[in-house]
Each structure stands twice: as structure tokens, then as C-alpha cells.
Design a protein around this ligand. Structure first.
Ligand code: CTP
Ligand code: MG
Length: 380
């Protein structure tokens, strides 16, 4: 029996994701809690036929890369170049230097949803061809900018991964004489005269190129909701902090920090939406630095964590539950203050006050309670 071919995969993840923008390059953004790069790796990692997986990363991306591959053992990443073509070349040369392979799949990190059937089709096609590339039909009408029509049936949209005999793609890249930079390895292999076939791709393989591409998969946008609740008891004092506003009152609220129940509930709601535990995880009451701290610090930190997750605010809604002080006269100021702390538009924030009709601990004026809901969405 012939020896099984050595099948390797190369994932290029060295781009800057400039068209998407935002804080981190798109391949390190998280979709439903998992980075795009990790999602791109997993189907190849799970596939029985694929041995080694090499990742090409950009300069300075090591910490993001390490985070993305946590728990996976992979060979050291390869440093990419200024163009995708150069990044692929660097990856292929690194594999060649380490002994090469029989078949190489080249994949974009920016295509995180790869059905196993596409891998199967590519590998099968490589039994009888120098390479295979996945393609899908063009469904919209095509036209030239000057208005003349183009027969759509003559075109396909080309995706990755693309599979090649390793020696073929290595020599094709080395021999590339095209004046311009190629964005597609199939083009490079064909230019070198290799026999490359099309196999059925998948809509799931859509490349994440613009912000909009992150908005939803299968009609389910990446929207997070969190809920928060907090209570503080009244104590001696002459003011309370509520919603980031100092309100004169005949008593104060007891607490380790400034006891702003509204901001605490809101901070918990945001941390909840992010899957980041609660306020106590981030600001333990046992830590002396938070004694008498302004709760605006907690809220601002939750906002910063949201940005680290690549999430931005949809809306925030807070209900403060007490008999006194009256919330109505202060709600617009609270709204402005919360918006200011989080650096968001005030239209994203709502503050309400309610009583419990003199029932329960809030009704007996023993303390103040607050509830909050936060909605965040994947966005820059
Ligand atoms: N890529 C790469 N090295 C480059 C440029 C791109 O490895 N110098 C990778 C990207 O990380 C991505 C794939 O090639 O996985 C496809 O490229 P593209 O969608 O253009 O990604 P970016 O170049 O990162 O995005 P943009 O062009 O918007 O900056
Ligand atoms: Mg690019």
C-alpha cells in the first residue's frame, strides 16, 4: 500500500484588516467568544487527513496569536510580508525548509467557517490534478462599469482553502512573473501552467472583508445582552451617589466604594454581556485600592473591556428602585454622565426611577436597589 500523502495546511493571518478597521486586526476579533483565526484553524485541525498546520502572522501579532491558539500545539508561526502573496510565499518557504509536504492547503484566516466537505472535495481532486480551488456561482447580475453586460455564467467567485501539490505551488510562487501582485494562489499556479480544477465551494466560506460582514451569520447578529442588579443599605450621611451624580439626601448609602447602586448594576450588566464575571471579580472589595472609589472607574473599565472584545454599545437601561430621593429630577443628568463615562451617545442610555409602593426594603426606605440591562454588538 502506498504511504499516505503528507497533507499540510497554511493559514495566512498577517493582514491588517484595514477595510474592517477597529481596534484589532479582523482575524483576531471574536465572533461569539472565539477569534476568527481560531475558527479558521479548527476545521483543518479536526480533519483527519491534515497533519501539520502552519500560521503566517504579522509583525507584533504574537500576543494575539498566542491567545487565539491557546491549548493547541502548533509549529512556530511564520512572519508574513507586505502583501498576501508575500505572506503565502514566506509560509511555503518555511514549510519547504522544514522538509516540505505532498499536498498543501492554503487558507485565509479571514474565512472562519469552513465546511469539512469542501476539504474532502479539494483533497479528492488533488488525486488527479495539480491543484483544486473552491468556487461558487455568481448570483447577482454582472456588468462592466461602462454599462455593458457580462455573461454571469462565465464567472465564479473563488474562495479558499485552495489545495495544491506542494512542489507545484512552491515552484509556481518562486517563478511568478506577473507584473502585479496576485491575490489568489490558483492564479499563480495556473500562470505556471499547472492543471488546476474548480470544486464546489460554500457560501459559508465568505471572506470577512468589511465591518458589515461581521454583523450576522445565518441571520443571527452577534448581539450580547447582560443583566445587573445591586442593593446598598442606607447609613448616616448627607448625600448619595446615583447614576454617577451626587444627590444631597438626609442619609447616605453604605458600601466599600461610593455605593452607587445604579452604576454597579450597569457595570455588572456590561460584564455579564461580555461573559466577564461580575464587578467583584474585577474590583474585589478586599482590595484596599477600591475603598471609597468612584464607581465611574468601574463603569469605565467595563467599557474598556468591551472595546477589547471588539464590542460596542447598543443600549443601556437602568431602573433605580427607591422611595427617596426622587429620581425624575436627576435622570437626564445621570444619562449624560453615564454616556460621558462610556464615551457613547446619550441616546444609547436610559435611566428610570420607580418605587415599590412602600412595600419591601426599598418601600421601608432601608436601602436602594437598581437593575440594569446592557446590549452590546460586534462592531468597531
Ligand atoms: N494577509 C496576509 N498578509 C498580508 C495581507 C493579507 O497574510 N500582507 C491575509 C489576511 O490576514 C487574510 C487574507 O490574507 O487572512 C486575505 O486578505 P484580506 O481579506 O485582504 O485581509 P487584510 O489584508 O487583513 O484586510 P485589508 O485588505 O482590508 O487590510
Ligand atoms: Mg488585504
Amino acid at each position: 500500500m502506498a504511504e499516505a500523502p503528507r497533507i499540510s495546511a497554511l493559514i495566512v493571518a498577517a493582514g491588517k484588516g484595514e477595510r474592517v478597521g477597529g481596534g484589532v486586526p479582523k482575524q483576531y476579533r471574536k465572533i461569539r467568544g472565539k477569534s476568527v483565526l481560531r475558527r479558521a484553524i479548527e476545521p483543518l485541525w479536526r480533519h483527519d487527513a491534515i497533519g501539520e498546520i502552519r500560521i503566517v502572522i504579522g509583525e507584533g501579532q504574537e500576543p494575539l496569536y498566542e491567545q487565539a491558539i491557546e491549548g493547541m500545539t502548533l509549529p512556530s508561526p511564520v512572519l508574513g510580508g507586505a502583501t498576501r502573496q508575500q505572506s503565502v510565499r514566506n509560509g511555503i518557504e518555511a514549510i519547504a525548509a522544514d522538509g516540505g509536504a505532498d499536498i498543501l492547503l492554503i487558507h485565509d484566516a479571514a474565512r472562519p467557517f469552513l465546511p469539512a466537505e469542501v476539504i474532502d472535495r479539494l483533497l479528492e481532486a488533488c488525486d488527479s490534478h495539480d491543484g483544486a480551488i473552491p468556487a461558487i456561482a455568481v448570483t447577482d447580475s454582472l456588468a462592466r462599469i461602462d454599462g455593458s453586460t457580462v455573461p454571469r455564467s462565465e464567472f465564479v467567485q473563488v474562495q479558499t482553502p485552495q489545495a495544491f501539490r506542494f512542489d507545484a505551488i512552491l515552484s509556481a510562487h518562486r517563478d511568478w512573473a506577473g507584473g502585479t501582485t496576485a491575490t489568489d494562489d490558483g492564479e499563480i499556479a495556473r500562470a505556471a501552467g499547472y492543471d488546476i480544477v474548480l470544486v464546489d465551494g460554500s457560501k459559508a466560506l465568505k471572506k470577512l472583508t468589511f465591518e458589515d460582514d461581521f454583523m450576522g451569520y445565518g441571520g443571527i447578529p452577534d448581539i450580547r445582552t447582560g443583566i445587573g442588579f445591586d442593593v446598598h443599605a442606607f447609613a448616616a450621611g448627607d448625600h448619595v451617589w446615583l447614576g454617577g451624580i451626587r444627590i444631597p439626601h438626609d442619609r447616605g448609602l453604605a458600601g466599600h466604594s461610593d455605593a452607587d447602586v445604579a452604576l454597579h448594576a450597569l457595570t455588572d450588566a456590561i460584564l455579564g454581556a461580555l461573559g466577564e464575571g461580575d464587578i467583584g471579580t474585577h474590583f474585589p472589595p478586599s482590595d484596599a485600592q477600591w475603598k471609597d472609589a468612584a464607581s465611574s472607574v468601574f463603569l469605565a473599565r467595563a467599557g474598556a473591556i468591551a472595546a477589547e472584545h471588539g464590542l460596542s454599545f447598543g443600549n443601556l437601561d437602568v431602573t433605580i428602585i427607591c422611595e427617596d430621593p426622587r429620581i425624575g429630577p436627576h435622570r437626564e443628568a445621570m444619562r449624560d454622565r453615564i454616556a460621558e463615562i462610556l464615551e457613547i451617545d446619550r441616546s444609547c442610555v436610559n435611566v428610570k426611577g420607580t418605587t415599590t409602593e412602600r412595600l419591601g426594603f426599598t418601600g421601608r426606605a432601608e436601602g436602594i436597589a437598581a437593575q440594569a440591562v446592557a446590549t452590546l454588538r460586534a462592531s468597531s
